[in-house]
Design a protein around this ligand. Structure first.
Ligand SMILES: NC(=O)c1ccc[n+]([C@@H]2O[C@H](COP(=O)([O-])OP(=O)(O)OC[C@H]3O[C@@H](n4cnc5c(N)ncnc54)[C@H](OP(=O)(O)O)[C@@H]3O)[C@@H](O)[C@H]2O)c1
Length: 239
């Protein structure tokens, strides 16, 4: 496995859940992290906790400039960028006619455009330095359609399609593209939009730290190895 000491990783959606756990796991391995999300207060709390290994950038993944600021600040502060983790996303459950136009548009924008913009911000730097890693956090719902989350699943399929295309386009330039497809993970995700804090199913979900370990593992692979799609689920979670 590759040593991640001194590697610089930018993460969108780093203020909570899988993104926050990934940032902590990467810093534990000696990496530096650039944390992006809208809730700056949370990011600043993490920066204080990480003692010089992290910086915070308030950004919205729907805005291409936000992603360029995240990448630019990482390079300014740490001198390089080795990987981008496009993790930010939202979920809302309901039948195709149950959610509002506005909620569906928001989900499509954050989950799809909000994956494209961070990738486009990072790729020029990866091409210039001759290598880089793109990690996209999709979902099991991005491999198979799920009832009552059809539009969410569509956004997650879009990420898998994006990653497959990018792999074919960028592999020859030493840019690896990996997709992580977690099953249910106990985070703030979809709280109030199909999940509740006391729902029994939460106990049978993975912890964000489980997904974070997959991201660390993907980045720790020798450069001669690439992970295409890593799908993972809790042992108790039903198909
Ligand atoms: N939890 C699950 O069961 C599960 C399963 C499969 C896949 N996933 C995927 O895993 C990823 C992370 O989800 P999670 O479970 O960690 O959820 P979470 O705990 O709700 O965290 C979501 C993160 O995304 C950020 N975010 C949301 N909208 C944003 C925007 N417009 N701009 C910037 N950041 C934004 C949030 O930060 P701010 O609100 O501070 O901006 C937060 O940091 C998502 O892509 C999700 O689809 C989750």
């Amino acid at each position: 496995m590759r040593d991640l000491t001194g590697q610089v990783v930018a993460i969108t959606g780093a203020s909570a859940g899988i993104g926050a756990a990934s940032a902590r796991a990467l810093v534990d391995r000696g990496a530096k992290v650039a944390l992006g999300a809208r809730r700056l207060g949370r990011l600043e709390g993490m920066v204080a906790e990480m003692e010089g290994s992290a910086i915070a950038v308030e950004m919205d993944v729907r805005d291409p400039d936000g992603s360029r600021r995240l990448v630019g600040t990482a390079i300014d502060e740490f001198g390089r960028l080795d990987a981008i983790v496009a993790n930010a996303g939202i979920g809302a459950y309901g039948g195709i006619m149950d959610l509002t136009d506005e909620k569906l548009a928001e989900m499509m924008d954050i989950n799809v455009a909000g994956t494209v913009w961070p990738v486009r911000a990072a790729v020029p730097h990866f091409l210039e330095q001759g290598e880089g890693d793109i990690v996209i956090v999709s979902s099991v719902a991005g491999i198979r359609g799920e009832g009552f989350e059809a539009v969410y699943a569509a956004t997650k399929f879009a990420q898998v399609g994006l990653a497959g295309g990018l792999d074919r386009e960028l592999r020859a330039k030493n840019i690896r593209v990996s997709t992580i497809c977690p099953g249910g993970t106990a985070t703030e995700f979809a709280m109030g939009a199909g999940r509740t804090p006391d729902m029994p199913g939460l106990a049978d979900m993975m912890r964000p730290e489980n997904v974070a370990e997959a991201i660390v593992t993907v980045l720790s692979q020798p450069k001669s190895m690439r992970t295409l799609i890593w799908s993972m689920r809790h042992i108790e979670e039903q198909d």
